[in-house]
Ligand binder design. Sequence first.
Ligand code: NAD
Ligand code: AHE
Length: 399
Amino acid sequence: TQGQPITCKAAVAWEANTPLVIEDVRVAPPQAGEVRVKILFTALCHTDAYTWSGKDPEGLFPCILGHEAAGIVESVGEGVTEVQPGDHVIPCYQAECRECKFCKSGKTNLCGKVRAATGVGVMMNDRKTRFSIKGKPIYHFMGTSTFSQYTVVHDVSVAKIDPAAPLEKLYNELQEDSFVAFEVAVCDPSSVEVCCYTHLLSLGLGAVWNTAKVEAGSIVAIFGLGTIGLAVAEGAKAAGASRIIGIDIDRKKFDRAKDFGVTEFVNPKEHDEPIQQRLIDLTDGGVDYSFECIGNVSVMRAALECCHKGWGTSVIVGVAASGQEISTRPFQLVTGRVWKGTAFGGFKSRSQVPLLVDKYMKKEIKIDEYITHKLTLGEMNEAFDLLHEGSCLRCVLDM
Ligand code: NAD
Ligand code: AHE
């Protein structure tokens, strides 16, 4: 198939808010600097649902969504040297070219090389898509488009799992029962989300370790105990936080959160006072670190304002809809609180996702525990329904 188009199945979002349709999609061969990947497993994330809902200012239709996956390189374009057919990889929505001013700065994991193209659903080379149906172009999404049996990504956006790592094991585990490989890759950070992880884990753990840099003994507040909030809790526990306070309006989330390290729970609905005041009272002046894992701008404000005067740091993890803005009294910042955000948990994707996979293999981080449902590509719309059910953390689709 190298150098030839491949026709395969993909879940296509023809327009916002209408069910995805499984279509036969033509996937063009990779051009220079591109990699065609056979996707083995993909997971769904609320960011896919967010774009599908039409609220993402970068959302374009028709497109192929999906950004948490693990797969095998099928073929590579000219000039691609770091991966070859047969390599196990995790496509990462955050690229790492190691050449642009972002990558060279040493100050950020953001990369500037392909972001302009991935934001408008095309490939850098010719500003066109590699997907089409009966000649009609179908947009890429986040530079990954993993809801397809084959996808084309930029070479700077694939994390190769170290050959010394038990890739076969990851693959087998994925096939048999765990979906670990996915999440590592993203979460999602390395290869667990090897499907889900690239995103989920990288994000949650990295928000704590890289962005906030939580120290042992810290008091941490986590707003939103969905998948991302649980990954943050896991990171905070590993960092040695003394108290991890989970805040959620759904009491059912509390029991499961204990397994991920949450030590106390607060339900804002059960208190008349503003949630930030409740937390200040509970912690003798405020928390050391807070994380907003919902995407609600009012909660983002509360998360900042519950931080301790002089040093408290709040990290925005949730993605808010187009048009939403955050606000607070500048005095909150003047008096020492710090407001930050995190993308991909601050991890450098190609360099660090493989390290996260290694951690998973050494059982230093959870992955399996996040995989609550497993379906197939044909059940994509059911998987989206599950995402909105409280019981589903990650649903992994066997392609
Ligand atoms: P989720 O829907 O599973 O979890 C959200 C939780 O927040 C739920 O338990 C819900 O009950 C709770 N909640 C809702 N409103 C609340 C409120 N007002 N107060 C307290 N709790 C409330 O979502 P998730 O998969 O965990 O994702 C969380 C967010 O992180 C999403 O916005 C997602 O798009 C974003 N995200 C960001 C990145 C990044 O790189 N920054 C990566 C992945 C996901
Ligand atoms: N197109 C969206 C961007 C939303 C956003 O913030 N995305 C996160 C990743 S969410 C993964 O589930 C991110 O890392 N963004 C950095 C980037 O470069 O996109 C919008 O709202 O405009």
